[in-house]
Ligand binder design. Sequence first.
Ligand code: M6R
Length: 613
Amino acid sequence: MCGIVGYIGKKRAVDVILKGLSYLEYRGYDSAGIALISDNSARIFKAPGKLSNLKEILCLQKESDINATTGIGHTRWATHGLPTEINAHPHTCNCKSLTIVHNGIIENYKDLKPVLEKKGCKFLSQTDTEVAAHLIAHEFNETKDLLKAVQSAVKKLKGAYAFCVTHKSMPDRIIAARKNAPLIIGVGEGENFIASDIPAIIEYTKKAIYLSDNQVAEIKAESIKIYDENDNLIANKVENLPFEPIALSKMGYKHFMLKEIHEQPDVVRNVLVDKLHDEDTAVVLDDVQLTKDELEKINRIQIIACGTSLHAGLVGKYVFEELTGIPVDVEASSEYIYRNTIADENTLVIGISQSGETADTITAIKQAKDKNSHILIITNRKDSAMARLADSLLPINAGIEVSVAATKSYMAQLLSLYLLAIYFAENKNSKNSLIKDIKKELLTLPSKLEAILNDTKNIENIAKKYSSYKNFIFIARGINYPSALEGALKLKEISYINATGYPAGELKHGPIAMLDETMPVLAILNEGIVYDKVLSNCEEAKARQAKLIGVTNFIDEKHKNLFDDTVIIPEIKDIVSPALNIVVLQLLAYHISEYLGKDVDQPRNLAKSVTVE
Ligand code: M6R
């Protein structure tokens, strides 16, 4: 992961870079660093932990030490080496003339390191990046040309990288290179920018060049030159950026996560607008680029995604199979790759990703593309690498999601999958009355979500009551089994409580051995085909002294002696209920984490965008 920012122009580079990095902290926050280049000097400042620590260090510096107009900066998600100051970027060479910030993994760094050591390079950190610093410095010593040095070095690097390189003898340029990691060059007037993502530079320019894999760029204040993998100069393809300057405001909420949870009714309205008008009119999905004939030939669907997006995919499987009869496999992207997956031109491969940058999913999509399958991407970033691989692109329009824990993007993914499944069913001329029911439910979903969000006291009290437990089990069956997985993921990632989701029927096949009064069980029970079965599984848990929390839309006398605590959600058909149940689980996780005083928006060890495999 990691976020990088580069600036060259007339402004104080430190200001532009720090601001840019603040928009990239979602990519990692294990450490931050900056290199400021001027008049044959390269000043490096680094700090472990969040960007605020680096800012404190910079505040203590003399103005003359930080007034350079060229610089590069980095916010790190540790892959190789502890999140210490020594491992923080920028990295440098023996004589500290060259500096580099890097996002990605240099896979052959262990092969390159001893060779460089033999040539006299002294390594200070445990990072793979330092190898690239020494390698480029070595090439520079031969050529005295930074561009050529980078061009020659990248041919020796394996793996993924996006990096910016400077040399103190050339403060008028930054060299950038990219392979399998995002990097854009913001085009300004008398100034230029480099960044891992648009929010870092959108305040300054709306024009950018998306660097492609294996390209190297030489960026000066007045010029940008891009070279292909054969070192040939190519024409610049300047594109308009799709963003307005972003006001990253919590809008009065204590955390971004809480704000994003509360945005969900509007997110649903946004997804539905222009696509679902009423229960009697067919869903409109102009984004699907399949002809009716091609659509009819689709005989298999594969959904690939990671984390929360994977859980959305699991809900999608239930809906698709129910409405269309097409078999659907859902698989973690990291498991889909590096094996012979069975797909062909009649397979629809759906990639789901909030960021559109998740490395595992990108690799999986590329693998599916090679099998000539139609690639449909559901993402919150229509400018992302994944979006660019799509045959059909379904943007979810959830708005920027800042909190590392995904909430509103999950809601938008669910809604997009419901619409997609209905679209397929309607194009296959299914006259299923269920379709009408689902449409009706989707249209009333915003007000039902609002009903939950307007009164969260009960959930807050439950959160407080259970916050001291060290373990949790979430159970459900059928279409809410993915809700149990997602609820458990939310809780563990922001509170560090060990939480596991199980199909309720699986409890008796092993996990029940763990149950006693120290292990609360949260059960999701919706009125429907599996209701009684889940109720029986709850009885089994109760008989083992587990504390029981029920999340249900059904008021039942039987709950009284069974559940220690209950959350009642509005009436809803089972097939759409994951969209309501999840909000209860998001709020529960949020309030437990908040009560425990954890860093809700930036939990330890995580990053919003996982750009390494
Ligand atoms: O951007 P993506 O949807 O591809 O990200 C996938 C996962 O990394 C992500 O959902 C992760 O699990 C979230 N932190 C969950 O809240």
